[in-house]
Design a protein around this ligand. Structure first.
Ligand code: FES
Length: 139
């Protein structure tokens, strides 16, 4: 494990050992393709909505702990390669949204929390639920 990931793992160890379910707001606070960043129980959490489903992560990048959930949301960029192996530029995959950390540009798939090219780098998932009265996270 590299030094950056060790630092984030140490942060994770400082998480409270007891958990509580906390109301964070009405469902319309997280429209499709957007995020809500909230302070909950001495930590900050980013809640995202992709294809109608909610995903939540601690606002700590796996690289050096930056405020990843506050970065840009962008579609995954893929290279278009034909059957001869020739590149035809790049395309955006709108069905696969990524969050880009504002500090050094580490990118994570919002659905999995994983860096697409570095599987050891992943965000710390937070349990999020949507009820009839709104959104809850468990921290
Ligand atoms: S802290 Fe370096 S990319 Fe997020």
């Amino acid at each position: 494990m590299n030094r950056d990931l060790i630092a984030v793992t140490a942060l994770w160890r400082n998480m409270p050992t007891t958990s509580q379910k906390v109301f964070v707001g009405a469902s319309d606070r997280v429209p499709e393709g957007t995020r809500l960043v909230v302070d909950v129980a001495d930590t900050t959490i980013g809640i995202f909505r992709v294809e109608g489903k909610l995903y939540a992560y601690l606002n700590r990048c796996a690289h050096q702990g930056g405020p990843v959930c506050q970065g840009k949301i962008v579609p995954r960029v893929t290279e278009v390669i034909d059957e001869r192996g020739e590149s035809h530029g790049f395309a955006f995959d709108e069905s696969n949204l990524h969050i880009v950390c504002p500090w050094h540009g580490f990118e994570y798939d919002i659905k999995t929390g994983m860096h697409p090219g570095r599987p050891s780098a992943q965000l710390i998932r937070v349990t999020v639920e949507e009820a009839s009265d709104g959104i809850y996270v468990t921290v």
